[in-house]
Design a protein around this ligand. Structure first.
Ligand code: HEM
Length: 181
């Protein structure tokens, strides 16, 4: 009998763990910039990301930019009329970016989740550190890398420019960080 109770408890706990929203997961590190937060956790060959900003527009992150936005693996998400959308983009020019799928690559975002509450948009997602996609770059969990954070305003269009953008140097394993721009 005891064994059955034990099994039921284990099964209940497993079901609960699977149904917990990703936003409830523990992130290892957090970067707080003006009205915006970037939290992340490295788990084996994955990075779990949460972005939150004081905006009803989009929030975005760009891994490893080269010149302005060029060369960055950009993930951009927004909640419009209660519907969440997220896209995997690539900085194919200094002052712009295109959807990986339009460029001939693929969308590598796993477990996307997004909310907009009281003027704050929060998105979370997981990415393989190395997607193998031509329009992404391997994310280096050791050493330092550049990361861009930005958010849009008002309209949810992914074409709408950012009132705020910043560039940081981050070590994804230790959480050490330094503002670059
Ligand atoms: C949504 C459409 C977007 C448009 C139309 C756009 C447009 C531009 C333009 C015109 C510039 C150069 C002028 C300036 O420095 O403000 C710029 C710079 C920049 N953008 Fe975007 N951007 C977009 C999305 C993004 C996203 C999603 C990110 C990051 C997640 C981002 C990050 C940056 C950063 C960090 C810079 C400054 C780069 C530097 O000076 O080194 N942008 N963007």
């Amino acid at each position: 009998m005891k064994k059955i109770y034990y099994m039921i408890t284990i099964l209940t706990l497993m079901t609960l763990a699977l149904t917990l929203p990703l936003s409830a997961m523990e992130y290892q590190h957090k970067l707080e910039v003006k009205d915006m937060q970037f939290s992340w956790a490295i788990e084996k060959d994955l990075i779990h990301v949460q972005l939150s900003a004081k905006t009803t527009g989009w929030v975005g992150i760009g891994f490893d930019p080269e010149k302005a936005m060029q060369g960055a693996n950009i993930i951009i998400g927004a909640v419009k009329d209660g519907t969440f959308k997220i896209e995997d983009h690539y900085g194919d020019r200094k002052r712009g970016h295109s959807n990986d799928e339009k460029l001939g690559g693929k969308n590598d975002v796993i477990n996307p989740f997004g909310t907009e509450k009281e003027g704050i948009t929060t998105i979370s997602f997981t990415l393989p550190l190395n997607t193998g996609d031509k329009y992404d770059k391997p994310i280096n969990p050791e050493g330092t890398s550049l990361v861009m954070l930005a958010y849009g305003a008002g309209k949810d269009s992914f074409r709408n420019r950012h009132p705020y953008r910043t560039v940081w140097e981050v070590n994804y394993s230790t959480g050490e960080n330094k503002k670059i721009k």
